[in-house]
Design a protein around this ligand. Structure first.
Ligand code: ADP
Length: 495
């Protein structure tokens, strides 16, 4: 029985590890998923146990490969995509981590970042890395581990320790401890990597006090990274693609032309806009990042994140009990003509780009005695579209005008919201047939690296639209809605 050639995508996310086997035309032929523990040692701190990351990844690889092979699929190569910025340090001799992984959400180095900003270093960091000086990124997390694990700094300087973001740690383990590599998209989230030269930056290493001996070599996103070691699931398979999750989603969404964008609507929302071979220096606190590196060429993207998207709907469900299930939000939104002037500003954890206002808190404004729960739910959905409009406004102010928006993630299945979004941003919104875009992006890169595909053009031909939402909102309505949103925002912002 031969079902055909297939590719294994390993998708190591923040709350779960997944493995998906794709046929070459992009169909999911097997999928396995395993959640793992979130560790909160103190308020604002978030850790993962690297062994659990590894064991859950191994288990889902085994399960997905067994399912696919039982149906006759010939898995030819593997790709990795991962939660970005999360930081792991391990002993090169034993492969043992010296501390839990410090997760991207972890804020423990906020004071270190504030000191560096006060000392006037932010402009240099932004110019070289495209990032803002924030605990989000790996550099200050690495230094924290070196300064808090006894003996670690000395051992790092002696070359005994290795640093990696999650793709790099997984590749190390998958290769039986023989390969220490990262890729350009993941490296560009460390705050140590110069996105213009494509090299680790000595001045940044000195500024953040990170020894060069810790670092992996950085490769393009497709090519031969190594082979899976004997005794592991998929033993012998070449690993031929790697990229951070949001960049992998942009690849899986075939957002290849300058002006193309993708937005992933999950718990939060991440918008990546392709800026071609030019890294745009944002004046509006958006991030400039490597979208991919293939055949020696870097493509760049502007990135903006919305902290509360799907989580707003979760709060309407669990906090207010206005809905029993996220999907009910759609029918409720349709059941009213408008919100009657109600706005929900979902600043539960502060405001993300372009405001970066950590102290702002959420609010529901414009209530009258006639306000209904349907209007409040609708206001919650609308807030996601307004937040996207704010990101697009910041991008436009940075000189980046978008042509299309492709959407994915759990919330993108809400047709009412996608149509409203198209109206508010006045741009067509397209939803693909392949909804597993992040994992598919990893598979696409692996397929390119293994020469099963010729290049991104082949992936663009596989990408199929499932739904198209046309912008048909009246100009006056859009302006009035956005004006209302801006006054609501002004009442919660603290700076
Ligand atoms: P993550 O990867 O961040 O866990 P998902 O992509 O799985 O997120 O999306 C889940 C989120 O989408 C949840 O926060 C949920 O509230 C929201 N969601 C799911 N379906 C809908 C829907 N039909 N309308 C609005 N929100 C939805």
């Amino acid at each position: 029985m031969d079902a055909g050639a297939a590719i294994l995508a390993i998708d190591q996310g923040t709350t779960s590890s997944r493995a998906i086997v794709f046929s070459l035309d992009g169909k999911v032929v097997a999928l396995a998923q395993r959640e793992f523990a979130q560790i909160y040692p103190r308020p604002g701190w978030v850790e993962h146990d690297p062994e659990e990351i590894w064991q859950s990844t191994r288990a889902v690889m085994d399960e997905a490969l067994t399912l696919a092979r039982a149906e006759g699929w010939q898995v030819l190569c593997a790709g990795i995509t991962n939660q970005r910025e999360t930081t792991i340090l391990w002993d090169r001799a034993t492969g043992q981590p010296i501390h839990n992984a410090i997760v991207w959400q972890d804020r423990r180095t906020a004071n270190d970042c504030a000191r560096l900003v006060e000392a006037g270093h932010e402009a240099m960091v932004q110019a070289r890395t495209g990032l803002v000086l924030d605990p989000y990124f790996s550099a200050t997390k690495i230094a924290w581990i070196l300064d808090h694990v006894p003996g670690a700094r000395g051992r790092a300087e002696e070359g005994e320790l290795a640093f990696g973001t999650v793709e790099s740690f997984l590749l190390w383990r998958l290769s039986g401890g023989t390969v220490h590599l990262s890729d350009a998209t993941n490296a560009s989230r460390t705050a140590l990597f110069n996105i213009h030269t494509g090299q680790w930056d000595e001045d940044l290493l000195a500024l953040f006090n990170v020894p060069a001996a810790l670092l992996p070599a950085v490769c393009a996103n497709a090519g031969l990274f190594g082979h899976i070691a004997p005794g592991l699931p998929g033993a012998g398979l070449p690993v031929t693609g790697m990229a951070g999750d949001q960049q992998a989603a942009a690849i899986g969404q075939a957002a290849y032309a300058p002006g193309a964008s993708k937005c992933t609507f999950g718990t939060g929302a991440f918008l990546l806009a392709n800026t071609g071979q030019k890294a745009v220096r944002s004046k509006h606190r958006l991030l400039s990042t490597i979208a991919w590196q293939l055949e020696g060429v870097h493509a760049y993207a502007l990135e903006g994140s919305i902290l509360s998207a799907g989580s707003t709907i979760q709060w309407l469900r669990d906090g207010l009990g206005l809905i029993g299930d996220a999907r009910e939000s759609e029918a409720l939104a349709r059941s009213v003509d408008d919100t009657g002037g109600v706005y929900l500003v979902p600043a539960f954890a502060g405001l993300g780009a372009p405001w970066w206002d950590a102290d702002a808190r959420g609010a529901i404004l414009g209530l009258t005695r006639g306000s209904t729960s349907a209007q409040i739910v609708r206001a919650g959905l609308e807030s996601v579209a307004y937040s996207c409009a704010d990101l697009l406004g910041a991008m436009a102010a940075d000189g980046v005008d978008l042509a299309t928006m492709k959407v994915d993630g759990g919330m993108s299945c809400n047709d009412w919201l996608m149509h409203f979004l198209a109206g508010i941003i006045n741009m067509p919104v397209e939803r693909p047939a392949i909804t597993e875009t992040t994992a598919f992006g990893a598979a696409a890169l692996a397929g390119i690296g293994a020469r099963l595909y010729d290049g991104l053009g082949d992936i663009a031909r596989i990408w199929k639209r499932e739904a198209h939402f046309a912008p048909d909102m009246d100009e006056a309505v859009r302006t009035a809605l956005l004006d209302g949103w801006r006054s609501a925002l002004a009442r919660v912002r603290t700076r």
